[in-house]
Design a protein around this ligand. Structure first.
Ligand SMILES: Cc1cc2nc3c(=O)[nH]c(=O)nc-3n(C[C@H](O)[C@H](O)[C@H](O)COP(=O)(O)OP(=O)(O)OC[C@H]3O[C@@H](n4cnc5c(N)ncnc54)[C@H](O)[C@@H]3O)c2cc1C
Ligand SMILES: C=Cc1c2[nH]c(c1C)Cc1[nH]c(c(CCC(=O)O)c1C)Cc1[nH]c(c(C)c1CCC(=O)O)Cc1[nH]c(c(C)c1C=C)C2
Length: 482
């Protein structure tokens, strides 16, 4: 019995980890590029004491997905840099709206007083929810923007929900499914006629939900000890000592030491299935037969591999859209963020600017006196701002990012050092109907009895916690009939 994993990003490596734990060897992970980690990439400037993250930088230790990641982090003995909920980076999130930087309310004060960019105290949005009837048809989906607008009004949809969606998937809240982030609230609204009513009702009815890590760690004793520590110490998020890339790098080492074959520079360019129930991978000029495949590839990549034999599956996979994000890391020698202590700021799409948000890395983690910020641009609006002939150059992207930093943060100095990364098709968009689409894809695989499992950011959540948990669940569900 041979198992193959496609993709050496964090979900593919995690699938390898859970497969090893469940089935042992032989096990091979095929990765197209010369490195593992996929979008997780850290660039360490050791001499100067700072770090650039090109993709993610923090992980949330919350709930079952958070506990599951912490179990893995504990097993790998990784050096955690925790950010407690009292830290400024956990408390302060900002918006750039209406020409100014606005601190998002993080306590009850924002409920009763007017906090820019909002024109009314937030309790008015709650009254709107309590006094508004009407839901969408049962079992339907809708956009998160439309849901927020219906329940809380347009201002909340424009200045709270839309930027939040940018800060998670660089997407347009008018297209993203409400089930992406607010499935429970949406369902409670359907059931009880309002978000607040649903929340109050659920609070009385379902106290057990609070346990968080139930399910995987059934017995409280088995809870990972790092998760217990995170709860006791009230971590809001955490990073790793040498950057988040330490997670995939260490996981690769761990797997290698246990004879899992991690093959780099090994792009799979076709995947077919035999009538005897085997899968056949085409890697370079070789056909590799295996008993089961776990794909962690982006959906559009898997579509390429399967389109000859299963065009209908490929079409369904292709219906999951992706967006491009430009990431510009900047470093300054002196403190440039004196007035802006926090995680960073988001720019609501109604502001119509090329920038999605700016992360204040050196406020989150100590960077030895350097100021480090990361500007993220494009996303769902990439084509509007940057698609031109000839293609926009790195220098132009850097200049646009710098202009925005000057305008928003009023940093006049040039960064001492900067890097521009064009992340092509890096984040899948869970548009309205996504859940049904994924069910359709998995139904197809089941109905043809294909020895194929799907994990990765395309299906069950886009955060690092989600993709690791998705890998675990998909591995748990693998069945061999022999
Ligand atoms: C800018 C940005 C910021 C983010 N910030 C956060 C954050 O703060 N917190 C958080 O939790 N998450 C964050 N995320 C999300 C998180 O980084 C991703 O969800 C996660 O890294 C996805 O991992 P993956 O393994 O599913 O996919 P990928 O990283 O895309 O890995 C897929 C791998 O498959 C390989 N591959 C592709 N085609 C083939 C082929 N044909 N054969 C073999 N291999 C192939 C690729 O080279 C790649 O290594 C962020 C993402 C981005 C882009
Ligand atoms: C502007 C672009 C992006 C920023 N971060 C991401 C993008 C696309 C990616 C991302 N950020 C988060 C996640 C999910 C993690 C999870 O645990 O599920 C992903 C995939 C975390 C996150 N970051 C922000 C928010 C509101 C969230 C959601 C969870 C949480 O509340 O912690 C805020 C934020 N993200 C970015 C900026 C500039 C920013 C500013 C406040 C960048």
């Amino acid at each position: 019995m041979t198992i193959a994993v496609l993709g050496g990003g964090i979900s593919g490596l995690s699938a390898g980890y859970y497969l090893l734990r469940r089935f042992g060897k032989p096990l091979t992970i095929y990765e197209a590029s010369p490195r593992v980690g996929g979008w997780i990439r850290s660039e360490r400037h050791k001499n100067q004491g700072f770090l650039f993250e090109c993709g993610p930088r923090t992980i949330r230790p919350k709930g079952l997905p958070g506990a599951n990641t912490l179990e893995l982090v504990e097993e790998l003995k990784l050096p955690i840099k925790a950010i407690p909920s009292s830290h400024v980076a956990a408390r302060n999130r900002m918006l750039y709206a209406k020409g100014q930087i606005c601190m998002l309310p993080n306590g009850p004060k924002g409920l009763v007083s007017v906090v820019p960019p909002f024109s009314k105290p937030l309790y008015r949005a709650l009254i709107h929810d309590l006094t508004t009837n009407g839901t969408v048809a049962k079992n339907q989906d809708e956009s998160i923007y439309s849901f927020a607008e219906r329940r809380f009004g347009k201002e909340i949809a424009d200045y709270a929900i839309s930027p939040m969606i940018c800060g998670i998937c660089a997407g347009d809240a008018r297209e993203i499914s409400v089930r992406f982030l607010m499935e429970t609230l949406f369902e409670q609204e359907q059931k009880y006629g309002g978000v607040l009513k649903g929340m109050l009702y659920a609070r009385f009815k379902d106290k057990a939900d609070k346990a968080g890590a139930q399910g995987l760690f059934a017995d409280g004793q088995d809870e990972p000890s790092l998760y217990r520590q995170a709860r006791q110490e009230k971590w809001a998020m955490y990073g790793l000592g040498d950057g988040l890339e330490q997670l995939p790098r260490t996981l690769r080492k761990y797997l290698g030491e246990r004879d899992v074959n991690v093959q780099l520079n090994s792009k799979c360019h076709n995947l077919s299935f035999n009538s005897d129930g085997c899968a056949v991978l085409s890697i370079r000029d070789t056909k590799v037969p295996v008993s089961h495949v776990v794909s962690s590839l982006p959906a559009y990549q898997l579509a390429q591999l399967t389109r000859t034999q299963h065009p209908s599956l490929a079409a369904q996979l292709l219906s999951i859209p992706y967006v491009d994000v430009v990431v510009v890391n900047m470093q300054y020698d002196s403190d440039q963020l004196l007035q802006h202590d926090g995680f960073g700021l988001l720019v609501p799409p109604v502001e119509n600017l090329p920038v999605l948000g700016i992360i204040f890395d050196s406020c989150c983690f100590d960077m030895a006196g350097n100021t480090v910020i990361t500007v993220m641009m494009g996303g769902r609006w990439f084509d509007k701002w940057f698609s031109q002939q000839p293609a926009v150059s790195q220098k132009e992207l850097r200049d646009i990012a710098q202009q925005q930093v000057r305008k928003i943060l009023r940093i006049k100095e040039e960064p001492k050092f900067s890097r521009v990364h064009m992340l092509h098709k890096c984040i899948p968009q869970y548009t309205v109907g996504h859940k049904r689409r994924v069910e359709g894809i998995r139904d197809y695989i089941r109905s043809y009895k294909l020895p194929l499992s799907l994990c990765g950011a395309a299906y069950d959540g886009v955060g690092i916690n989600d993709v690791i948990l998705s890998a675990r669940r998909q591995v748990d569900a693998v069945q061999f009939t022999t």
